[in-house]
Design a protein around this ligand. Sequence first.
Ligand code: SF4
Length: 251
Amino acid sequence: MPLTSPIEADLIEVFSSIQGEGVLIGCRQVFVRFADCNLNCAYCDTPFHAGAEFAVETAPGSGRSRQRANPADLQALEETLQEWQAEAPGLHHSLCLTGGEPLLHADILAQWLPSVSAKWPIYLETNGTLPRELAKILPWVTWVSMDLKTDETTGQPTDWTAHAEFIKAAGQKLCHVKLVIGEQTSIAHVRQAAEFVGAQQAGCPLILQPCMAKGKITVNGATLLELQAAASAIYPETRLVPQVHPLLEIA
Ligand code: SF4
């Protein structure tokens, strides 16, 4: 009988690339993509349903992967990541927990992160709707990249209460908030987002992220400037930042 339970979670993939969004744009990270999500956004293009296996790059940035069985043994994965660190010292800035929604695995992460965060600064990408789960892992997280999931962009009701609780907790760490904007996004909508972020966590950057399709921004430049002006008039910490990884044609 093992003395302790294995630390396991369903994963989709583990790979090395650059962070293509938010305030750490351009930093090289290891991405650990967790399975499952609590939302069903209208524009979602992220594969998050767990399979019998997940993919791990054979070497950082190689684009070649081998399959491992789900649920993933996170302690074995940590050993692989240590090997990556030894083979390429200084290559990676941090480790990105992404999904799906990684906070659906908060209980497991609370067991894994005390060890892994001693070797890797932790960057959490989240939809910002699970504040109680965030509290379970916040001590080991350095950056929080939180999405605002509003009805206009997701097609689902906005949970402002959860978002408010979440952003207040995330503000204990380095935090930014992203709002995806499209051609149909209204001025009233970005104003509401700007008021919300400014009221909950003054100083936290609000990043307006234009929709993209097939590697191209789908929103007219004049519209982008108009939306950015409307938001920054209310909240000066507003920035307009596109995803860069599609432009660079990398994962
Ligand atoms: S929160 Fe992210 S992963 Fe989940 S459905 Fe929305 S876009 Fe997809």
